[in-house]
Write a protein of this length. Structure first.
Lengths: 247, 422
């Protein structure tokens, strides 16, 4: 279970909080979608949960562990799929995965069989020994995902894992994530693809201006919102139509 | 340990996959070494074997100007080209066609002889040895001026060296003239026996330390340690750029979420780049041993010194890597790390005495040079290469280099901890 209490983040020099007083509980084996316009605070929230940035106020625990007390234990049970590809372009897919898996203490035949398994599922077997720099965006996204799940994390954080990929790659990624979830992985992901989130997530939370404005099952949120036929209309109703450009 | 090994292997793969980077790492230092040694060796040869063409305007046409000409020629440093016009010589020099023109004034021989005779007669008269002063000798001979024209682009050190050389030749001529004048006054005309030994009484002899007697340092032995050290410290650039690239690629972000310590990440880099430093150094030694003799540069002698040289190269490499790790940790962009790293290496090299010996620096800079790790490394290399000392004597320098590595790496780890604390 992930328990978030009054979590806030204000960046140095910023006037406003990027994330403000978020209270949230995510149960094990949920697929929780963090939705929101650009600059709403999704990535900041997921970065705090992934130990990449320090909260200004509040606290959180994952599986009853905190970074302050159980940093290495916690890092071992979570996986993070960053928005960037986060791969070494001059290394092959296999070399990248071998390195990333080894950083979680995996080694030998176990690591090799895990790489083989995920590579096969995500349709990259023929490209295992090719350098990442020759990969398409969709292929990189898939390798990026494998690099974060080799150690079979209990909690998986994904920051826009399907951004910039074709429909085929998106389907393969989503199906694999569903399979991981079925096997016991709790998934927390951010996305701008509201249709994808509506069908993929067990629950979603809509964030705007750093605040969690609503949360619940997609079907419940659609029902609760007057006149809304899908999650996108709920989203527009909650966050408005104005552009969210920011620097 | 397993994670360190895998990190090292990853760094190794990243390094060998970057062919351009590898070429820069290994070939450029060799090009630098060969170029600098060729230039310095040629400068040395300029003074010994090859000759600098200079202009001589001889308005005297006497014995003194002949002696000056002979003196300049006998130094083997100059090829004397005679010109009749001072104006022409001046123009040629000021245009940079020649570095130097020497203009000998009219009647220099005659006036020098008159002046010397006047002085000698005066001295002898004081001792009552001269019966009567020659009434034909003028009372005051005007001072003579040998004019020197230098190309404005000529370096001050060359000017000073030439001025000293000419001064020495002229002083010699004056002394010889005085001796001859005394001799003429004190001996009978028919006598051919010299009464003075006119050779220099004081001579110089360089005493070489016993341990170095078989290996008198040459240009190569001076250059290889200095430029090898310069190349070793240039590792700061690719190392820090590599680290900054990891940040921009996003791989560093991923590493921060992995259960691996920053020390392990840096450890992998340290091992690989230390290998690079040692390979660079060995390549330089091989160039000194096998390529230099082929291109007419003096060969280096590493007999019995190789293990100690590798020890010094290893510790110098660690110091350079420590600095690279620190810069790579602190800087966020390539634009920050590349110019800063390059400038810092040049400053450290200048402070360390790679270009100008520390003893020739102003006092303040001499004190400052003590804080340059390149100075410690260079001293250690010179200790082994030129002073032929034992391992004990280099312990202070390699200890400083190691401490520098420990301190810079620790700062890098602490900075990263503080910056990324959660």
């Amino acid at each position: 279970m992930i328990t978030i209490n009054q979590l806030s983040k204000k960046y140095k020099g910023a006037e406003n909080y990027a994330v403000s007083n978020i209270d949230l509980v995510i149960d094990d084996q949920e697929i929780f979608g963090l939705l929101g316009p650009n600059g709403a605070g999704k990535t900041t929230l997921i970065s705090m949960l992934s130990s990449l940035i320090k909260p200004t106020e509040g606290s959180f625990s994952i599986n009853e562990l905190t970074y302050k007390k159980d940093k290495n234990k916690l890092k071992q049970i979570i996986g993070i799929v960053p928005q960037e590809y986060a791969l070494y372009p001059s290394l092959t897919a296999y070399e990248n995965l071998l390195y990333l898996g080894s950083m979680y203490g995996l080694k030998g035949s176990k690591l090799k069989s895990l790489i083989k398994k995920h590579i096969e599922i995500l349709g990259l077997t023929d490209f295992l020994d090719k350098k990442i720099l020759h990969f398409s965006g969709g292929m990189k996204r898939r390798v990026n995902l494998i690099g974060s799940i080799l150690h079979e994390p209990k909690y998986l954080f994904l920051d826009e894992p399907t951004v910039g990929v074709d429909v085929q790659s998106k389907n393969v990624i989503i199906n694999h994530l569903k399979q991981l979830n079925a096997n016991g992985t709790t998934i927390i992901y951010t996305s701008h693809h509201l249709n994808e989130a509506e069908h993929f997530c067990t629950r979603v939370g809509i964030i705007d201006h750093g605040k969690l404005v609503c949360k619940g099952r997609p079907s419940e949120l659609i029902l609760q919102q007057d006149g809304a036929r899908n999650l996108e209309e709920v989203f527009i109703a909650q966050t408005g139509k104005e552009l969210r450009d920011y620097v | 340990m397993y994670k360190l090994w895998v990190s090292t292997y990853k760094e190794f793969l990243l390094l060998i996959r970057d062919i351009g980077g590898l070429a820069i790492l290994f070939i450029m230092p060799l090009v630098l070494l060969i170029t600098i040694t060729l230039i310095q060796n040629n400068t040395f040869k300029t003074l010994k074997d090859s000759k600098i063409p200079i202009l001589l305007v001889d308005n005297d046409q006497g014995s003194v100007s002949e002696q000056i000409n002979n003196g300049l020629t006998s130094t083997n440093a100059f090829e004397v080209i005679k010109k009749s016009s001072e104006q022409e010589a001046k123009e040629l020099v000021f245009k940079g066609v020649y570095q130097l023109a020497i203009v000998i004034p009219e009647n220099l021989s005659l006036d020098l002889e008159l002046k010397v005779t006047e002085n000698v007669d005066g001295i002898l008269a004081k001792f009552g040895l001269e019966e009567e002063l020659d009434s034909n000798v003028p009372k005051a001979v005007k001072k003579k001026e040998v004019r020197l024209y230098f190309d404005p682009a000529t370096q001050q050190s060359f000017k000073s060296s030439v001025k000293n050389g000419i001064d020495k030749v002229i002083s010699g001529i004056e002394i010889q003239s005085i001796y001859k004048a005394f001799e003429a006054q004190l001996t009978e005309e028919s006598s051919e026996e010299p009464i003075f030994a006119t050779d220099s009484f004081i001579s110089f002899k360089e005493i070489v330390p016993e341990s170095a007697q078989n290996a008198i340092p040459n240009a190569s032995q001076h250059n290889i340690p200095a430029w090898a050290l310069f190349a070793i410290f240039f590792i700061i650039l690719p190392l820090s750029i590599n680290m900054v690239k990891e940040k921009s690629q996003g791989t560093f972000v991923r590493l921060r979420t992995n259960p691996v310590s920053y020390a392990t990440v840096l450890g992998g880099k340290t091992i690989v780049y230390l290998g690079v430093c040692l390979t660079q150094f060995i390549l330089m030694l091989l160039v000194g041993l096998y390529l230099f003799p082929i291109i007419s540069l003096p060969e280096i002698d590493v007999t019995g010194k190789l293990p100690m040289l590798l020890v010094v190269a290893s510790f110098a490499g660690l110091a350079a890597i420590g600095l690279g790790l620190l810069l790579g940790t602190v800087f966020k962009t390539h634009e920050q790390s590349a110019p800063f790293g390059a400038t810092l290496v040049v400053i450290l090299a200048a402070l360390g005495g790679v270009w100008v010996p520390v003893f020739a620096m102003p006092n303040f800079m001499q004190v400052l040079s003590n804080v340059s790790p390149m100075n410690w490394g260079l001293n250690a290399f010179y200790d082994v290469f030129l002073r032929n000392v034992g391992f004990v004597e280099i312990i202070p320098e390699i200890t400083l280099l190691f401490l520098f590595f420990i301190i810079t790496t620790t700062i890098a780890i602490l900075y990263n901890e503080k910056k990324n604390a959660v």
